[in-house]
Design a protein around this ligand. Structure first.
Ligand SMILES: Cc1ncc(COP(=O)(O)O)c(C=O)c1O
Length: 380
């Protein structure tokens, strides 16, 4: 069977072959529990600690500041709930943005039920958050600012370092969701100036179900999970050794190959953009032209419906819709809504995202497929 060309690397990534090689011994041989004091526990324990150093190396932090979780959603939950509950006596106000991932927005909404208040800072039409707007949202009872590093749909990269200065001046904790940025652009917790940062392994050529929360030393969110005391007592539960080893290796590769990968993803993305703009009319780019992940291309095809377009190309190209139409109603993604993309454009939005495995031949084929589908649907 010929598979569709994969252009949905923001959705998830395949395993890197080096990641698979690193994980294999822990699937086949080294089944021990890292907490066991006998022989079987030694290698798994060493592997978990080696992975912690690999992740810390990529993020520019101390290994003890790394907590392994089950993924981006869990990291965001723990960061936001954990710090909000720990600081509730100090204040109950959280600042976030209107176009965060649901793994942040839903957590903030949930906390409103516990008496917290959330302010959603608006993004501009290019998908960028102005630090001045964050500043205006801050109050004397603000305890947490959580703003994503890069947006998953349009790829825009936020001015986190500038926001960090504002938060730091007022002693407010800053969390960022870096699920989409890690491995695609430099991510260093010191350069960004963040107190907490979330990572999702499966966006980084590591397995699904593994992630990381960086928590700056000295910060004390509530414990994530009570039990036997793994992860220095932060998150109890026997470690996902295979996933941790895979994520460690993925971080080592990301640090080693970042420049080459950025260059490759960007070349492929730009080739796709140029081909689609040359081959179709009435197409617009959503997101900032420059302040954007090197792999993300969010395009609206005016007058078309995203799901119809995906049906036309689905056997040949795998991409993601930015809107869904059901019996005449259109549900436009909250990201496009936050950016005020006009409905007649937003309805026909697709997100293409390239990866380090994407080839120029695949992009040429994808251009032909998408251009032909747009022409068929428009009857041109
Ligand atoms: C920005 C962002 N945050 C969080 C998540 C959730 O991560 P996970 O799938 O590992 O729970 C995703 C995944 O789509 C994401 O793109």
């Amino acid at each position: 069977m010929i598979k569709p060309i994969y252009l949905d690397y923001n959705g998830t990534t395949p395993h890197d072959p080096e990641v698979l090689d690193a994980m294999r011994p822990f699937l086949e041989l080294e089944f021990g529990n890292p907490s066991s004091s006998h022989w079987y526990g030694i290698k798994p324990k060493q592997a978990v600690e080696a992975a912690r150093r690999q992740v810390a190396g990529l993020l520019g932090c101390l290994p003890e500041e790394i907590i392994f979780t089950s993924g981006g959603t869990e990291s965001n939950n723990h960061a936001i709930k954990g710090i909000a509950r720990a600081l509730r006596k100090k204040g109950r106000h959280i600042v976030t943005s209107a176009f965060e991932h649901p793994a942040v927005l839903e957590v903030c909404r949930y906390l409103e039920g516990e008496g917290f208040e959330t302010t959603l800072v608006e993004v501009d039409t290019k998908g960028i958050i102005d630090p001045e707007k964050v500043q205006r949202a801050l109050r004397s009872d603000t305890i947490l600012v959580t703003i994503m590093h890069a947006n998953n749909e349009v790829g825009t990269v936020q001015p986190i370092a500038a926001i960090a200065e504002l938060a730091d001046e007022r002693g407010i904790v800053l969390h960022t969701d870096a699920a989409q940025s890690l491995g695609k652009i430099p991510v260093n917790v010191k350069v960004l100036g963040v107190d907490m940062l979330s990572v999702a392994g499966h966006k980084l050529y590591a397995p699904k179900g593994i992630g990381v929360l960086y928590v700056r030393k000295g910060l004390a969110p509530e414990k994530f999970c009570h039990g036997a005391g793994q992860e220095n007592g932060w998150r109890a539960g026997t470690e996902n050794v295979v996933g941790i080893v895979g994520l460690g290796k993925a971080c080592e590769i990301a640090a080693r190959d970042l420049d080459v990968n950025m260059d490759c993803m960007k070349k492929m993305r730009d080739q796709l953009y140029e081909g689609l703009v040359a081959g179709t009319n009435d197409v617009r780019l959503n997101g900032h032209p420059d302040l954007r992940l090197p792999n993300t291309l969010n395009l609206s095809f005016k007058g078309l419906e995203a799901n119809r377009l995906l049906e036309e190309i689905g056997l040949e190209v795998a991409a993601s819709p930015g809107a869904a139409c059901h019996s005449g109603d259109v549900a436009i993604s909250h990201v496009l809504q936050a950016m005020h993309v006009p409905v007649e454009w937003a309805k026909g939005t697709l997100r293409f995202s390239t990866g380090r495995m994407t080839t120029a031949g695949e992009i040429d084929q994808a251009i032909d497929v998408v251009v032909a589908a747009v022409d068929r649907l428009r009857g041109t």
